[in-house]
Design a protein around this ligand. Structure first.
Ligand code: DX5
Ligand code: ZN
Length: 214
């Protein structure tokens, strides 16, 4: 089973996004990664449900929604109506188990996300409620940052713990992924790679292909 690719549209040109989505889907990406930022949990504001709804009309792959918002449990219902995989931050001030369960009850796959300051051991108890875990390899908030190698040990610890608990959970990594760091992440246990600035370039198709071959 090859690694899955989830392009982050954060650095895309939003007025021509449907063309890029078509190119990415033809190139074989597995999902689209949509970064929702509220200017409170992270120091940046991106987009919300209306934009995701518009993207949904133009895409055929699942939508992987990454909420970077404060107390996300307040908005789970709204985002679950447009997401296929819905993730929120462990650090964002929501009741973790209840929020994961609500996401599943609403028919989405659940994803728990950890910032670089969070150790993977802190979320081991929630793994049975997760369909995916997202390990941030940059401080959330902006595209185009450098990969933090500390994410690699977190991925391998999570992989080992999932095996120990007999769970089949996707391990996603997000931030600073390029040809080189993608390989390191896959070797550490990542099964889903998020990439923004690396893919939104004039070499989009070649880079998807290269990542898929890892
Ligand atoms: C950062 C976002 C990422 C970001 C990745 O907060 O969660 O998804 O867009 O961008 P690159 O791949 O450029 O680091
Ligand atoms: Zn993201």
């Amino acid at each position: 089973m090859s690694v899955k690719i989830s392009p982050s549209v954060l650095t895309a040109d939003f007025l021509t996004l449907s063309d890029d989505i078509a190119r990415l889907e033809t190139a074989g990406v597995d999902m689209l990664h949509l970064d929702v930022m509220d200017g409170i949990f992270v120091p940046n504001i991106s987009f919300g449900v209306p934009v995701i709804k518009a993207i949904k009309k133009h895409s055929t792959v699942p939508l992987d929604v990454h909420l970077m918002i404060d107390r996300p449990h307040r908005y789970i219902k709204e985002f679950a109506s447009v997401a296929d995989i819905l993730g929120f931050h462990y650090e964002a001030g929501s009741p973790v188990a209840e929020t994961l369960q609500e996401i599943r009850d609403l028919g989405c796959k659940s994803c728990l996300t950890i910032k670089p300051c969070t150790e993977p051991e802190e979320i081991f108890e929630f793994l049975p409620l997760c369909d995916m875990v997202l390990v941030m390899s940059v401080e959330p908030g902006f595209g185009g940052q450098s990969f933090m190698p500390s994410a690699l040990l977190k991925l391998s610890k999570l992989k080992a713990e999932c095996e120990r608990q007999g769970l089949n959970i996707e391990l996603e990594v997000d931030g600073g992924i390029n040809g080189e760091t993608a390989l390191q992440a896959v070797e550490a246990g990542a099964t889903v790679l998020v990439a923004g600035s690396y893919l939104f370039s004039d070499q989009m198709e070649e880079r998807v292909k290269l990542m898929k071959s890892l």
